[in-house]
Design a protein around this ligand. Structure first.
Ligand code: UDX
Length: 449
């Protein structure tokens, strides 16, 4: 069976690599010549643990091929996975231009019966429309059908999430499509949930939106914890032993970012609205998240008044650890606000600096160690809980900073540990620690504004 994957972003490339890893012959198509050339050398164009190795091994074993020649790739394909992006439009709806562009190229080039499997996250009903579109644009007299197969991989653990998926959802309208997909996924050894296309599309949105809702819920509870003197970590621990609640996705912080939750919450809200239904829980999820991103910035302003002229150490830039992705990362908006305030920023991130430089090439200084970031800083912001940042001893802040005032958006340190130090520490959903190392220095920092 010849499998083709259109698009080599997170979804497409990981899908292609993992399908070849279980023994399928896979051709990955991308329009970018340079990307194709480097993938052939076993180098992943995205930072994703374990992916380089999969690309190299399967390319060397001749099970995995990369090409820009989509015509050749599509003409004799049995199954074509579409894994291209569905970015957010300004109004929050999903932009399906890339998906339809690929569908058009498929319809114009297939020369044998073919199953088109949509992995990209698309609004409910899109697979039906894609099938119609494919049939309308077919050049040759072949049978073509669309199926939905949503993707649940998370960045940083994408290879593991795919090879050891907790379930595979397929949305099909025929036994033939069902059997083809079941056959492809047989070796993944996991539960295959078979549904119709619309239900499968909805599984994806409902799953992501529910996880986003959990995060916004716990962030609100954290905000109330601060007001009433409770500790969010103890609260979530106490909740988590109830198996109906569990302990996942209950970490309070600066809100969710990334390529999926922000986009998928807005897309489902928009879709429901467009059909006359107000999804109130998701509307609240989005609003809470927007607000949460600036939580630390507001705290800093409240604490210090103006931030003009202060040296701010920024620890962590990516939207979460284990990825170089900056999409909807809280660091971006906060850095922008800090710059508007006139702060001087020195930033550290183990892998995100190159991408951040594309957004802020000269406005901020970049360094390669957390210690350098902290040198002589008036305050520090922690935006991402990288191990390199969590491992930083509290003594390092005391040693290097002019005034060790920390705004920790990821609750990297235990309050009991901070309390033993001469540090001022603000975090999420927990009490503030106001141990001052050198009151003279801090007062000087604050009165300078
Ligand atoms: C997510 C889903 O997990 C995945 O199933 C889907 O296919 C794509 O979207 P991803 O965006 O890669 O994956 O990251 P994830 O680990 O889910 O985190 C998303 C955001 O939520 C991050 O900004 C993270 O910091 C935040 N988060 C996550 C929290 O704030 N608290 C938590 O408890 C968990």
């Amino acid at each position: 069976m010849k499998i083709v994957v259109a698009g080599t972003g997170y979804v497409g490339l990981v899908t292609g690599a993992c399908l070849s890893e279980v023994g399928h012959n896979v051709t990955c198509v991308d329009i970018d010549e340079h990307k194709v050339a480097i993938m052939k050398q076993g180098i992943s164009p995205i930072y994703e643990p374990g992916l380089d190795e999969l690309l190299k091994n399967n390319y060397d074993a001749k099970r995995l091929e990369f090409t820009t020649n989509y015509k050749n790739a599509y003409k004799d394909a049995d199954v074509i996975f579409i894994g291209v992006g569905t970015p957010e439009r300004e109004d929050g709806s999903a932009n399906l231009n890339y998906v339809y562009k690929v569908a058009e190229q498929i319809a114009q080039n297939v020369e044998k019966d073919c199953l088109v499997v949509v992995k990209s996250t698309v609004p409910i009903g899109t697979n039906d429309k894609i099938e119609e579109f494919l049939k309308e644009h077919l050049v040759n007299d072949v049978h073509i059908e669309a199926a939905s197969n949503p993707e649940f991989l998370a960045q940083g653990t994408a290879v593991r999430d795919t090879l050891h998926a907790n379930r595979i959802v397929i949305g099909v309208e025929s036994d033939k499509a069902r059997d083809t997909l079941k056959g492809i996924y047989e070796k993944f050894n996991t539960t295959i949930v078979v549904a119709n296309r619309r239900s499968a599309e909805m599984v994806k949105y409902a799953s992501n939106d529910f996880l986003a809702l959990k995060i916004s819920f716990i962030n609100e509870i954290a905000n109330v914890c601060e007001i009433v003197g409770a500790n969010i970590e103890d609260v979530t621990k106490g909740m988590s032993y109830d198996p109906r609640i569990g302990d996942k996705f209950l970490k309070a912080g600066l809100g969710y970012g990334g390529s999926c939750f922000p986009k998928d919450t807005k897309a489902l809200h928009w879709l429901a609205n467009d059909n006359g239904y107000e999804l109130k829980t998701i509307k609240a999820t989005i609003e809470v998240n927007e607000n949460q991103k600036y939580k630390l910035f507001r705290k800093a302003k409240q604490r210090l008044g103006s931030l003009k002229g202060l040296k701010v150490a920024v620890l962590g830039l990516t939207f979460k650890p284990g990825t170089d992705d900056l999409r909807e990362a809280p660091s971006i908006r906060n850095v922008r606000r800090l710059l508007e305030e006139g702060a001087k920023i020195v930033a550290y991130d183990p892998v995100g600096i190159d991408n951040f430089k594309k957004l802020f090439p000269t406005e901020i200084e970049y360094v390669t160690t957390p210690e350098e970031t902290l040198k002589n800083a008036d305050l520090a912001f922690i935006f991402t809980e990288w191990n390199e940042i969590k491992a930083l001893k509290l003594g390092v802040y005391e040693k290097f900073m002019k005034t060790p005032i920390i705004f920790d958006g990821r609750n990297c340190y235990k309050i009991s540990d901070v309390e033993k130090r001469q540090i001022e520490y603000h975090s999420i959903g927990r009490k503030e620690v106001l141990n001052i190392l050198n009151r003279g220095k801090q007062e000087a920092a604050i009165t300078r504004m």
